[in-house]
Design a protein around this ligand. Sequence first.
Ligand code: HEC
Ligand code: HEC
Ligand code: HEC
Ligand code: HEC
Ligand code: HEC
Length: 264
Amino acid sequence: MSYKSRSIKIVTISTLLLLIFTLEPKGQFFTLPPLPPDYKFGNILINRTSEKNNVKPATFSHWIHRQKHTCRVCHFELEFNFQVNTTEITEAANKAGMYCGASGCHDGKTVFGHDRPHCEKCHNGNITYGKEKFSELSGLPKAKFGNGIDWVKAMDKDMIKPAHYLMIMPLPLEGFTFNKILLLEAEMFGIPPAIFPHNPHIQWLDCNNCHPDVFTVKKKETQHFSMEKILQKKFCGVCHLNVAFPMDHCNRCHPLMSDYWGKY
Ligand code: HEC
Ligand code: HEC
Ligand code: HEC
Ligand code: HEC
Ligand code: HEC
């Protein structure tokens, strides 16, 4: 190949790459689910049995609860699933100290319990119940999407100190470097890799929340790992659609889609 044709080729390829990287990626490749307002992001109505039993659906807000407890407490110790209306929560179980009624939670001592007149604080069918308290979070570091809060920074700066366990203190792990950032190369030409930092995740979660059911314990060994699947609530999409920052924030996972790379 002559010098000239090679340099033309390089110019063409770099123009192509430049084009890909400068495109505003949002919505170019995928249809993302619509985002609720910040104060509603992560709020759910639990209604597996409520209305069938003549009470209003139970309201639950992630931003209220995650200030005090990490995901691990509820989704590992208390065994709530990562999918609304799939956990077999019953009022009898709550009263017996499981689920919402666990000791240190809605036990009637720490916070309001499962007795009158408190029923309607949960069973009110209002998904934005407690909305007025959202303004109390305005001092926390900002993020672009979801609750508009950078929960990782908020925890790093000790602005929130959520408890990481109720009963079972997780064992310190040796021989595993959490500060290593995994580079997950995308299976598509020209797409900058996604990153997976263990460190911020294990401050919120338990290894068991992801391993071995969601991810293989070996980089790039997880099968059928693609954005299409993620948007179907698989893999990263187990959390990054409706509780952790949503998929709209391309560059927080694909840092080279913008200047976010510098942060790491
Ligand atoms: C105080 C307890 C509590 C904490 C803390 C908590 N969750 Fe949840 N979460 C729940 C409950 C309860 C449900 C509903 C489960 C059900 O209905 O089966 C839920 C549901 C979910 C869902 C499914 C939402 C949907 O729309 O289907 C996801 C995803 C989730 N949680 C992720 C997280 C993440 C990530 C964190 C940490 C940032 C977290 N949760 C912290 C209690 C909690
Ligand atoms: C801290 C929140 C909370 C409080 C307080 C609470 N509940 Fe519940 N309750 C729930 C949740 C969550 C469920 C599971 C709802 C579902 O899956 O539809 C539930 C389920 C129920 C059910 C469905 C059937 C069953 O037996 O599980 C009934 C009936 C019920 N609660 C009645 C009550 C009454 C009456 C009170 C007050 C004396 C009360 N609850 C207080 C959270 C609460
Ligand atoms: C939020 C989800 C999540 C949590 C929590 C999590 N991991 Fe991972 N882990 C991953 C992903 C994603 C990969 C890469 C999988 C792939 O590329 O197929 C991975 C890979 C690994 C690997 C292989 C690394 C390599 O270089 O091949 C090890 C070891 C590992 N995790 C250990 C742990 C331990 C120990 C914990 C708990 C302290 C933990 N993980 C918590 C998501 C998680
Ligand atoms: C089990 C839940 C869960 C899964 C699965 C998960 N994450 Fe997260 N991730 C979180 C939570 C919680 C945070 C804290 C930030 C927040 O809540 O917005 C977070 C934060 C992050 C951050 C921000 C780190 C920082 O320093 O600001 C990145 C990047 C990230 N996740 C990428 C991924 C990728 C890529 C995957 C899939 C390989 C993934 N996550 C899977 C829950 C999860
Ligand atoms: C929560 C983290 C996360 C966010 C946010 C995210 N991605 Fe991804 N993306 C990934 C992971 C993980 C892969 C797969 C890497 C692999 O194959 O191992 C991926 C792969 C891709 C691919 C390659 C094709 C495919 O389907 O695997 C494209 C294109 C892509 N992402 C574009 C985007 C765009 C555009 C956005 C913003 C709208 C975005 N991503 C937001 C984590 C994320």
